[in-house]
Ligand binder design. Structure first.
Ligand code: ATP
Ligand code: MG
Length: 470
């Protein structure tokens, strides 16, 4: 399907940005809206931060903006950037510049301010990011970014090998933009990506994490694993042994990497493309522990005993190393840990699952249990044909979970109809660990549907437990 990208953005820049641009121009400086806003507005993606590029030096733009009554923060004057607060929004205003050498492959050693906007556009990473727009002068597109938007291509500005050698993070940015927009990487740019990927070893983990999170959040991590395997492996060394790893198992038709890509894609299919971020991360990392846990039995068949727990430990370490947020890590790690947890389409099994997830991440049992069903379903259809029918059992489990959700769910000891104090009084014991132990046993009995969650039934059960203890 071809589509035509209009010669102008699909919508006009917001007035808070135009106001900043006009103040600069009223004082004789040249100013343009640039980068992500222009790219997204041309393909009708709304609400992007607005960046402005200008001929004014930082001191000059700061002065004229302050004189016009705007709050100015001197956020990056070394690189020519100030932040102007306009109508409650932060607008970054950066002087036309080109970057000097990148001896650390990440930060320019120095920047050089220049007089022409075209030169400034030439230092930008990809053609689709190297366009400028002005409400009166229109679109400035010296590198064919509009055409590449139309052709759905991520193409480096200038010599791709040189551009990736300057800044290795661009390797990840290329993949992230391709994922986010559903584009391909243009072939020369792709070749250069593969060449430059090892340079990611010098990039800070937090930066890798931010870009990888962007890839995962796009829902296209499966595409990235398949089409940009070298980049993904360079970014995350734990992926290297997954590549081509023959599982030697009748339960698996694919190697670990291809299976993982399929699971990433399947969670999107099962959630209509709106999978929660922790589920997406879990899909990407669910089998990361497999290569290390591989054993061959004497019939030559592969097994991966303990890989969910090993994988959960690895996932936690990897996500922490990449500086990802704690709650995201907790959710994803719980899903990795329990992705092979045995579940059956019975109320008892679902209650146990809820209790297990509650223990893993307190307060998140229900959401995580649904996500667990999703990852299991995705896993089932990505192994071998004979495993796929398990997805139907999982649909039944979803239905049972919904039933449970309608009732009074008992997930933790505090949901029991009796309290620790009741236990102390009834059994005549001292406060201490014994009380917690008794309550946990009561909880297990209620979860297993052996005892009703009423005071009467629980006191009866306590009586039995007290006799057992005697
Ligand atoms: P988004 O914010 O949606 O990820 P963006 O295009 O706004 O996309 P930013 O990282 O905010 O990306 O950068 C703004 C602009 O600065 C980019 O559009 C690009 O022109 C330029 N840019 C950013 N990072 C780099 C880089 N590492 N190398 C070259 N140019 C860059
Ligand atoms: Mg941006």
């Amino acid at each position: 399907m071809t589509r035509t990208i209009p010669p102008e953005p699909c919508y006009q820049p917001p007035s808070f940005a135009i106001n900043v641009l006009h103040v600069l121009e009223e004082h004789g400086f040249e100013a343009w809206i640039v980068g992500g806003w222009v790219r997204d507005a041309l393909i009708n993606l709304p609400s992007h931060d607005v960046d402005i590029t200008t001929s004014a030096r930082c001191e000059q733009s700061a002065k004229v903006m302050r004189d016009a009554g705007f709050v100015v923060q001197e956020t990056g004057t070394k690189h020519g950037t100030i932040t102007v607060i306009s109508g409650g929004h932060a607008v970054e205003v950066t002087t036309f510049r080109v970057d000097g050498n990148y001896s650390d492959h990440r930060h320019p050693d120095e920047v050089r301010f220049v007089d022409s906007v075209e030169e400034d556009l030439g230092r930008r990473d990809f053609t689709v990011n190297a366009m400028a727009y002005h409400p009166e002068r229109g679109l400035l597109d010296p590198f064919g970014g509009r055409q590449d938007l139309q052709d759905k291509l991520i193409r480096a500005v200038g010599d791709p090998a040189k551009r990736f050698a300057e800044d290795a993070l661009r390797v990840m940015r290329a993949v992230r933009f391709a994922c986010r927009m559903g584009f391909e990487v243009e072939s020369a740019t792709h070749e250069a990506l593969v060449e430059a990927a090892p340079g990611l070893a010098d990039v800070a983990q937090e930066r890798i994490g931010k870009e990888l999170n962007g890839i995962v959040a796009s829902g296209r991590a499966g595409w990235a694993l398949r089409h940009e395997t070298d980049v993904m492996c360079a970014a995350v060394p734990e992926f290297v042994p997954m590549r081509g790893f023959d599982q030697r198992s009748t339960w698996h038709s694919y190697d670990v990497m291809e299976h993982t890509a399929r699971v990433c894609n399947a969670v999107e299919a099962f959630t209509a493309g709106v999978a929660p971020l922790e589920l997406r991360w879990a899909a990407l990392l669910h089998d990361v522990g497999k290569p290390a846990c591989f054993v061959l039995d004497d019939r030559g068949r592969g097994h991966f005993y303990g890989h969910p727990v090993a994988g959960a430990e690895m996932a936690e370490w990897m996500m922490q190393r990449m500086g990802l947020p704690g709650p995201l890590i907790e959710g994803a790690v719980a899903l990795v840990r329990y992705h092979d947890h045995v579940v059956r389409p019975t109320a008892r099994s679902m209650r146990r699952t809820l209790a297990v997830m509650e223990e893993a991440v307190p307060g998140r049992a229900l959401q995580l249990s649904y996500e667990l069903m999703d990852i299991k379903r995705a896993d089932a259809v990505s192994k071998q044909l004979k495993c796929a029918s398990y997805a139907i059992d999982l649909d039944q489990m979803d239905a049972i979970l919904r039933e449970e959700q309608r009732g009074d769910m008992v997930l933790r000891v505090t949901d029991l109809a009796i309290s620790g104090k009741d236990v102390i009084d009834f059994m005549g014991i001292e406060p201490g660990p014994m009380v917690g132990m008794v309550l946990s046993r009561l909880l297990a009995a209620v979860v297993d549907n052996e005892v009703e969650n009423t005071r009467e039934a629980l006191f009866d059960e306590l009586m039995i437990q007290a006799q057992e203890l005697d």
